[in-house]
Design a binder for this molecule. Structure first.
Ligand SMILES: [Zn+2]
Ligand SMILES: [Zn+2]
Length: 118
């Protein structure tokens, strides 16, 4: 058996060994990650966490009231329902000109009352 022949049989063996080691390393890495993934999935499937997520999603679906309460109806600032905009009203902005601003019902009423009062 010459030197060349030995090298020819060694290389595939080494590749196989390297591949096996990479496979083991990957398996070990996955085993190490898995508990964290399982923990996250478990937390996300808990009813109390689910309800928080659902509430957040509901709030994001809603339109926020973009009324500048302190400026447009300073007498009734507390009436605002910040995540319950139901209508849009034209708003004269110095920066953007006339734009449609989503408003909640109490804010729209307060603005109308103030406009009416002059
Ligand atoms: Zn307002
Ligand atoms: Zn409002």
């Amino acid at each position: 058996m010459g030197v060349t022949a030995r090298r020819d049989t060694e290389l595939p063996d080494r590749l196989a060994e390297a591949g096996r080691r990479v496979g083991v390393a990957l398996t070990e890495a996955l085993d190490w990650i898995r508990p964290a993934v399982t923990a996250v999935a478990e937390v996300a499937s808990r009813p109390e966490v689910k309800s928080v997520i659902e509430r957040a999603e509901k709030m994001l679906r809603r339109r926020p009231c973009l009324c500048f309460c302190a400026r447009t109806h300073p007498g009734d600032v507390g009436i605002c329902e910040p995540f319950d905009a139901v209508i849009t009203r034209p708003h004269n902005s110095d920066l953007l000109g006339d734009i449609d601003v989503p408003l909640c019902a109490p804010c729209a009423a307060a603005r109308a009352a103030r406009e009416f009062a002059g």
